[in-house]
Design a protein around this ligand. Structure first.
Ligand SMILES: Nc1ncnc2c1ncn2[C@@H]1O[C@H](COP(=O)(O)OP(=O)(O)OP(=O)(O)O)[C@@H](O)[C@H]1O
Length: 488
């Protein structure tokens, strides 16, 4: 007999015909289903039945988004899980809706066991909902200070407060340079572990032969050259938080060991005879689509679910353009304080161009461009050219043919995908849904060169071109699209 848990109340809004079988199965998992025909009924259910989790279908037609507007006026307290056709993800509107309004989604065909786990974790998230209403994350003067007051950033701060209050693993996803490490740090400092250490490991940068001993440590004499006992980074995170950056780069054999650690929270030093318990919270980040990596066998599914208990999705900078200027001003002041400069600020033209630029390398690219512009600028105000954001000479909007517009869109999509994927052609090709051979051909066609810009003079159409030849400084660990080379 199934004992009904009082909190397992699930709300369905609108037409649930296609979910009938799924709902029956979910009842078998102890979910009590409440059906509302519209938002008003849903609001009543929200108050009367204490529903905190909702299940909805989303298909790419406007009429099928019954709560699209209503969720803003009350139903946002519900943690929504969406059931979609994978094809529906092609539609911007569906992607936006899932991103803005849903806790998670599952693509057809429905896997009820996994859906039950998703709903359970949505329920956990819902109970954290009221925890921290303050939508700012300010630590001025701190290297981890987060800038941005747009609604998108406020939502991010709320999410950070919520997940900080739980002691479960968090998966932070988002494009490169969006602030995943900053977010991991913010989760740590707002958690009960803030007195403990915050350790960062870049899984992609660990030397392959040493990963095991770097993470888990080793005993003296465990292997040639092990002259001393070494405490691994997991063990040294005792009482604090371990941030595993670029988790998608962790080799498969290490994924098994990490999974084992996450399951029993004990480490075995290489050459050690006993397991050592470690009290640590693990946060992981990735800029790649881990679900796809699971599908292609590059990432273990069990580890993915273990890490993905709570998820924070980082917005791309182009999704909160209101923050571009405050961010640029913040870094301008920061760098001016570090090294006095005769530059007074940004020209109006520059501010406009910054707004229009798509920032494929996100905030890291902005930081680097501001820093370099302060070196390059020969006047009192920074120009678009100092930022390396000149408009292309060849581009005249009136003269654009359809083919030119197509070429431009294709070229920009490729450049952005390469930037997002740290210029790894294989990953960018997968994201763009083309073969590697096709992507090489297109890189050649658009003359996208090794510097990540385009070959000036030869490039037919690009809205922006990079005028930097050599990077002067670099802020952060990886480089901007302007100074990376591709890894084939
Ligand atoms: N909201 C923000 N306010 C101020 N600075 C920010 C913000 N977000 C990111 N940055 C800055 O942008 C740079 C990149 O941030 P971070 O390293 O956290 O990004 P990331 O998403 O982890 O990048 P990657 O995927 O390449 O590891 C850093 O210099 C960081 O300080």
């Amino acid at each position: 007999m199934i004992i009904m848990e009082p909190s397992r109340q699930l709300m369905i809004v609108g037409n649930a015909a296609s979910l009938q079988v799924t709902l029956q199965q979910l009842s078998g998992y102890g979910w009590s289903i409440h059906h509302a025909n519209n938002a008003q009924e849903a609001m009543k259910l929200l108050n009367g039945e204490a529903c905190k989790v909702g299940l909805t279908t989303i298909v790419p037609s406007v009429s099928s988004l019954p709560f699209e507007l209503d969720w803003r006026s009350g139903l946002s307290q519900i943690q929504w899980v969406a059931i979609i056709d994978r094809d529906a993800l092609q539609h911007d509107k569906v992607r936006d809706l899932i991103y803005n309004a849903c806790y998670a989604y599952q693509a057809h065909p429905t896997d009820v066991k996994k859906l039950d786990i998703l709903l359970e974790s949505a329920l956990d998230m819902a109970s954290l909902h009221e925890a921290h209403p303050i939508p700012t994350l300010s630590c001025p003067g701190d290297e981890y200070h987060m800038v941005g007051e747009s609604p998108v950033m406020q939502q991010l701060y709320r999410t950070i407060y919520k997940v900080a209050a739980a002691d479960a693993p968090v998966l932070i996803t988002g494009e490169s340079g969006t602030g995943k490490e900053l977010t991991a740090h913010a989760i740590h400092v707002h958690s009960s572990r803030h007195h403990g250490p915050f350790n960062v490991v870049n899984c992609g940068a660990l030397p392959s032969g040493l990963i095991q001993s770097e993470l888990f440590g080793h005993e003296r004499g465990a292997f040639t050259g092990a002259n001393h006992r070494k405490i691994g980074i997991i063990e040294s995170s005792q009482g604090g938080t371990l941030f595993l950056d670029e988790i998608g780069d962790l080799p498969l054999d290490m994924q098994v060991n990490l999974l084992r650690f996450l399951e029993n929270l004990k480490v075995f030093r290489v050459g050690g005879l006993q397991e050592i318990p470690v009290d640590v919270r693990v946060l992981a980040a990735t800029h790649i689509d881990l679900e796809k990596a699971v599908d292609s066998g590059e990432f273990r599914e069990d580890l993915y679910h273990r890490l993905n208990v709570l998820q924070v999705r980082m917005p791309a900078l182009r999704d909160h353009p209101e923050d571009i200027e405050p961010l640029a001003q913040f870094f301008f002041r920061k760098f001016s304080a570090e090294k006095p400069s005769r530059v007074h600020g940004f020209s109006r033209d520059c501010t406009v161009v910054m707004q229009q630029y798509p920032w494929p390398g996100n905030i890291r690219e902005l930081v680097n461009r501001v820093r370099r512009s302060m070196v390059m600028c020969e006047h009192r105000l920074i120009t678009p050219s100092d930022m390396g954001l000149e408009r292309s000479h060849g581009l005249s909007r009136e003269a654009d043919t359809l083919q030119q517009v197509r070429d431009m869109a294709e070229s920009e999509a490729i450049r952005a995908a390469l930037a997002r994927n740290k210029h790894k052609v294989r990953h960018a090709a997968r994201e763009l849904g083309v073969s590697r051979v096709t992507l090489y051909r297109l890189i050649e066609k658009h003359r996208i060169d090794k510097s990540g810009g385009a070959d000036e003079g030869k490039r037919p159409i690009h809205r922006y071109q990079d005028s930097f030849n050599q990077p002067q400084h670099d802020e952060g660990r990886s480089q901007t699209p302007a100074d990376q080379s591709y890894s084939y």
